[in-house]
Each structure stands twice: as C-alpha cells, then as structure tokens.
Design a protein around this ligand. Sequence first.
Ligand SMILES: [Mg+2]
Length: 357
Amino acid sequence: MRAVSEINAAVYTIPTDQPETDGTLTWDHTTMVLVEARAEDETGIGWTYGPAACASVVHDQLAPLVRGMSAFDVPAAFTTMVREIRNAGRPGVAGYAISAVETALWDLKARLLGLPLCGLLGQALPHVPVYGSGGFVNYTIPQLHEQVSQWVHEEGIPRVKIKIGGADDITRVRQARDAMGPLAGLYVDANGAYTAKQAIRIAEVLEGSDVSWFEEPVSSDDLAGLRQVRDATQIDVTAGEYGYDLFYFRRMAEAVDCLQIDVTRCGGILEWQRATAIAAAHNLEVSAHCAPQLHLHAALATPNLRHVEWFHDHVRIESLFFDGFRTPVEGMLEPDLTRPGIGLELRTPDVEKYRIL
Ligand SMILES: [Mg+2]
C-alpha cells in the first residue's frame, strides 16, 4: 500500500483587478485554500475558493484521519472525512475543505501511477467547451464591451455570461449582445437577485436579446421559485453552484434545465461524478462552476458535460499560480496528456506574496 504521508493546507488572498459586483454581493479579493497531499516522493494538489477557516478543518479534522490511508483508495478517504465532519455540518467550510483534500488525493494517485487524471478516470471527451464569465454589474459599458469582445472576437470563445441584478440590466444585456454579435451564446447570472415574478418578467425581455441561459434567477434555495421561472420561459434556467452533497443535487435536478456543479465545493471528484450521474438520470447536462483548471480533467471524463465556466477572477488567479495552466483554443480546453495528475505545478516562489496562512 502506498500510504498518504502528509496533508497540508495553505491560504492565499489575491486582490481582484478591480472591485467586482454581482446581483447580490461585492468583493475585492478572493481567498484560495490549497491542499497538498504527499505519498512517497509525489505531491498532489487540490484547492477551494473558500474562507481561511477551511484550512483549520483540514489540519484539525481531516489530515489526521487521511494520513496513513492508502493513496489509491480515494473513496475510502472521502467517506472517512464525511463521517468525521458530521457534527460540524457538511455545507460550507467543512465541505469545501473535504473537496480540496479529495481532489488533491486524486491528483496524487494519478501522479503515483504516472497518468494524467483524465487517463485515470477515463475520457469521455477529447476537449471541453468553455464559456467566458464576468461582465460584473459595476463594469462601465465600455468595460463590459471590451471584455465581451475580447472573449468572442479575440479569443474565439463563442459564449459569454454576464452578471445581472442591477438597475440597468436590460441596457447591459443589449450592449453585451451588440458587442458579441448575433451568433455567440449570451448567458446571464442574477445570483438570486429576483423574486420569481420579477425574473419571469425579465426573462421575457431577455428572450428578445436571444439569451439562452438564466442562472439563479431566484435564490438557489428557492426550488419552487426556480421551477416557476423554468416553466415560464424558453431560456434554460440553471443553478447548483452551492451544491454540497448528493441530496442537494437530487433536489436541484428537479428544478433546473442544466445542473451546475462545483468540484471545489461538492466534495470533490467522486461527488462530481455521482452528481453528474444524478443529472444524467434526469436527462440533464451539467456545467462546471468556476475553478476551470481544477475542473478540466473531471469534465473530460463526463459524458453529459455541457461546458466549463471560464470565470474571469479564477482564470486570473490560476494563471498566476500554476505552471501547466491551459488556455482555451477556439472555445475549447484540451489537457496536456504529457503531464501527470491535473497537470499543474504550484509556482511557489511567485505566489508566496499572497500567502496569509
Ligand atoms: Mg453563478
């Protein structure tokens, strides 16, 4: 047995390039909790974008249990971690911490075997589509125009999502459509800013700009509201980014047209795969939420994948943090099959300045 010898967590805080606002929140920095899992002379990495408290859960509750377990039996480690945090509660901090450790263990296992992670999981797809994601509500119209144009016309990404939920949604949606032209896919995310009736009225207007994706029109905790909006519009209604266990995804699959899953929150790669199976049983596709570099290999192994979110903030961070960062070509991300695991190496000296713990 190749035993896990060490589990460590580091915390980094990275300022955004400018304050970012969506329909319900404003932020000016992002915190990343990065886990390293070691066995023999290999190190796997995983991470979550969550509070620094995730690192305490890793060190205090998860690492003592996972150390000494087989580096090959990731589902056993996952089950042990889930049992351990029962009283802390899985949603939020504890679930994010488990996700970071679990993905680090998959990266470690693939490295021990000398395989890319998608080779270990088995590929369903040769590459994965991405969609550009940003368009924050505090951007000026010229900024919005520039970002959308860059993705669609310069980088060749044929679909873009912008945030809505502010005062001038309709103008911004029309500006985004103008910037991208008639052929690209236009998506919106309200981050739960509306009531169901408000969202239905807005959806009627959005249909005029050929919007095809309406994310979290109401709070994702309001499943009846999501169903109400979904049943009233031709636009796909989507949610699931806060999903933390399979019961959540079973409930959510009944309320949406495309199930969003975040490997850095849901519990990791095994839970990603099980949640994608729940979606498949509802005849739904899935879309990966944020953290594109961490989702790539899991997404490649997913038959019912729609796409991966190319989120402005996380793209910036992951390009700073990792050698092996993959850039989409004509809207498609491809793995580097010559690199083991998830194919990324932390640029330790370069990122030390962001480290807070
Ligand atoms: Mg969202």
